[in-house]
Write a protein that binds this ligand. Structure first.
Ligand SMILES: [Zn+2]
Length: 222
């Protein structure tokens, strides 16, 4: 299964709207059916096969029972989680910020795949803001729980990727099938956009999974 976390090269200078991102991906991956979401920090998860080709649903997770389509998540500090299965053509992609994690979106995405009979599920946890940079307030800690919070002096820092990983394990994934790239978006300005670092001017990092055969600038097809 092909899944990638694109560096800034793909989306530099691009409007962050899902329509623009999809148009750009359609240019880069001609012939592929591409799904993007209007991400709203919810726990809503849609099934690609229930969508019309031009739909952009308000949701934060998407599952496809056909791994030839391409699923895209846009982030700028939140966690992109890509999901695939060893022996079935089922894939998924989830956008998980603290609000989505508080609602259990990663766990729900995996449970959705279980409902189709998928068992050997892998999860890829992509670049997101790390506990090195993600200072949070009491409201976030109250919503998400204290397990992934690191205290330093009077400040609290949240490990978003750690929270996503915990939900993967809670949903029954094997530890060795959860792949955390462990890269902080805020610490790597040359590679990734970061909302915390760049504010409203931040672009969006793209995470993609699925497709038959494709290559992107800087990322060659196998
Ligand atoms: Zn950092």
């Amino acid at each position: 299964m092909r899944g990638v976390y694109c560096t800034r090269e793909i989306s530099e200078g691009l409007s962050i709207s899902p329509e623009t991102v999809r148009a750009r991906l359609r240019e880069l991956l001609p012939g592929s059916r591409i799904y993007v979401l209007d991400q709203v920090h919810s726990d809503g998860i849609v099934l690609a096969q229930e969508l019309a080709p031009d739909d952009i649903p308000s949701a934060d997770g998407i599952i496809s029972r056909d791994s030839d389509v391409v699923l895209c998540i846009r982030t700028a500090d939140c966690v992109p989680v890509l999901l695939w299965v060893d022996d079935m053509p089922i894939i998924g992609a989830v956008h998980a910020g603290w609000r989505g994690l508080a609602k259990g979106i990663v766990k729900k995405g995996i449970e959705y795949m279980h409902s189709f009979g998928a068992t050997k599920i892998h999860a890829g946890i992509g670049p997101c803001i790390g506990p090195c940079c993600y200072e949070v307030g009491r409201n976030v800690v109250d919503a998400i729980g204290t397990e992934e919070v690191i205290h330093a002096g009077h400040s609290m820092y949240l490990d978003l990727a750690g929270a996503a990983l915990s939900q993967c394990l809670e949903a029954g994934l094997m530890n060795h099938m959860v792949h955390n790239v462990n890269v902080c978006t805020s610490c790597h300005p040359g590679q990734f956009f970061s909302y915390r670092r760049d504010g409203d001017a931040a672009g969006r990092n793209l995470s993609l999974i699925g497709g038959k055969s494709w290559s992107l600038p800087g990322l060659q097809a196998e």
